[in-house]
Design a protein around this ligand. Structure first.
Ligand SMILES: [Zn+2]
Length: 335
């Protein structure tokens, strides 16, 4: 048998690390040799991260073999350059990961991971990003998953949560035409109590009622983050009607933390404490009727203007009412 350098490296690993992180082709070859010549070592590994920045089409077969020998892992994170749907299906083959509870698929095409998800219903945390070829991304409903935390494009993750005991959701917009309609419809089919929501929104009339929609779809939300996506033209913010905004905010009875990130200036004198307090009072309704549980408001505003810093202000409610805990200038790049 010819002993390659990678083989020697692999054979010298007496105790494999519980987590392996493959960031270079050489490392991938090393682990490939390890699984080839000493598969017993792979049993010690519980978590795998593959983070490669260069094209890996020529490495997919090797990567599949590595994954096949690591089928007992509980965490799998794959961050690689875009590959096609057939290539993605080739990558996972028919591998089952009985212990897998966290899967982060990076930019893997969502249509390509559908069968993978069906084979691995034990996944509890699912993290997806914008999928390439989004125009034809139509994930079929996956009814048998057990997801408690999910993150990804709103319309892509909506079919994946049916029947899941969902607690935490991060739903993003990739394009201005995106919306949360299908996601909120999926919430209605859940028996779970969603307590954390992070949602993109657009400063257009379609999202004017976003708080009202959240109150109907996820009435038990305790931590809510709204993030405005860049938009052009005349922007219409849901808090333009302060009375309605206050009423909708109050309808979120369990809310304890409210975070808002927006390009709007929100107040006349950006960063001015008295102006921020007036804004919070206006949003809280005439008699400070916030949800009684609401204890903190995190405002990130006047973002997206690259030439000017934005502001991050954190307000806490105590015995003396609302007090600003911190105020920090932030750059557009912070997002
Ligand atoms: Zn998708």
């Amino acid at each position: 048998m010819v002993r390659t350098r990678a083989h020697m490296v692999a054979m010298s690993l007496h105790v494999a690390a519980p987590t392996i992180c493959i960031t270079e082709e050489e490392a991938l070859n090393t682990y490939y040799s390890m699984t080839l010549y000493n598969p017993a070592l792979a049993r010690h590994i519980s978590s795998v991260e593959v983070r490669l920045s260069h094209p890996i089409r020529h490495l997919l077969q090797k990567l599949q073999r590595i994954l096949r020998h690591l089928s007992h892992i509980d965490t799998l994170i794959i961050q690689i350059p875009p590959i096609s749907v057939p290539e993605c299906r080739t990558l996972f083959g028919s591998i089952r990961f009985p212990n897998l509870i966290l899967f982060s698929g990076g930019t893997l095409p969502h249509k390509g991971i559908h069968q993978f998800l069906l084979r691995n219903p034990g996944i509890q945390t699912l993290i997806l990003k914008r999928c390439v070829g989004r125009s034809d991304c139509s994930c079929p409903t996956v009814p048998s998953l057990n997801i408690s935390e999910i993150s990804g494009p709103s319309t892509c993750i909506a079919p994946l949560i049916c029947g899941s005991p969902l607690l935490r959701v991060t739903a993003t917009y990739d394009r201005e035409s995106d919306n949360h309609i299908s996601l909120f419809a999926s919430f209605a089919l859940l028996s779970a109590n969603i307590t954390y929501l992070s949602l993109d929104f657009a400063a257009i009339p379609r999202d004017f009622d976003i708080l009202k929609s959240i109150a109907a779809a996820a009435p038990f939300v305790m931590s809510l983050e709204l993030i405005q996506k860049c938009a052009s033209g005349e922007l219409i913010y849901p808090w333009n009607d302060a009375v309605r905004w206050a009423n909708d905010l109050r309808s979120l009875s369990y809310l304890t933390l409210f975070s808002l990130r927006t390009s709007a200036s929100l107040i006349e004198r950006v960063g001015h404490k008295a102006d921020e307090r007036r804004l919070i009072r206006r949003w809280s309704g005439d008699a400070m009727q916030f949800p009684p549980q609401l204890r903190a408001i995190d405002l990130w505003y006047r973002l997206y203007r690259k030439s000017e810093p934005g502001l991050a202000s954190f307000w806490k409610r105590g015995r003396l009412g609302w007090q600003r805990a911190s105020s920090t200038a932030i750059s557009y790049r912070t997002l």
